[in-house]
Design a protein around this ligand. Structure first.
Ligand code: AMP
Length: 200
């Protein structure tokens, strides 16, 4: 089966937590652009230093940079059975680039799960983390960046018929159950397209 998913949601909406769970459950690689970018910063390369200036301010890095990262990552064989994108796409040009890439590979997205969460829940959760860019003022700005640059993707994917709304303000387990309800029929459809005995 190939199950291609996007987790969409503001910072603190639980994308990383849910992506990790989906990876365990469905054996699909989670691809988190934030993690990839932070690793580049940690490596201390000139590119990493450039990236850091965006991360530290809570701004998005340029589209081309993340699109190249994703193109390269999706060419790796472990994504053949599917993938979970966490934190990408975050702008309309990124979403369009992703659609073009996947059209070339003849494997359109199966669903975009939007973890809808109110601002206060987000700030509460980000306040419990210890990442540099989770500092209150930067976290607040990242939510604004989400509303300005990423929220338009909600309409974009609704128009494509891909959007699935999940109440992300619920406790983690309830969010996980809501995601499972959405994914179950997709797994069935993916298996029907590409029948192969599975252990689960
Ligand atoms: P995250 O770990 O997803 O919260 O991302 C942390 C930071 O990495 C963001 O605040 C952005 O600066 C940067 N970033 C991650 N993904 C993207 C993306 N798709 N486009 C642009 N910037 C990104």
């Amino acid at each position: 089966m190939a199950l291609d998913l996007v987790l969409l949601g503001p910072p603190g909406s639980g994308k990383g937590t849910q992506a990790a769970r989906l990876t365990d459950k469905y054996r699909l690689p989670a691809i988190a652009t934030g993690d990839i970018l932070r690793a580049e910063v940690e490596a201390g390369t000139p590119l990493g230093q450039r990236i850091r200036s965006y991360l530290d301010r809570g701004e998005l890095v340029p589209d081309q940079l993340v699109v190249d990262i994703i193109r390269q990552r999706l060419s790796q064989p472990d994504t053949e059975a599917g993938f979970i994108l966490d934190g990408f796409p975050r702008t309309l040009p990124q979403a369009q680039a992703l659609d073009a890439m996947l059209a070339e590979l003849q494997r359109p997205l199966d669903a975009v799960l939007y973890l809808e969460t109110d601002r206060q829940s987000l700030l509460d959760r980000l306040g419990q983390r210890h990442r540099q860019d989770d500092r209150a003022d930067i976290a607040d700005h990242r939510i604004d960046v989400f509303l300005e640059q990423t929220a338009p993707l909600i309409g974009y994917y609704r128009d494509e018929g891909k959007l699935r709304l999940i109440d992300g303000a619920q406790p983690t387990e309830a969010v996980a159950a809501a995601i499972d309800d959405v994914i179950r029929p997709l797994v069935g459809a993916a298996q029907a397209r590409n029948p192969r005995p599975t252990s689960s």
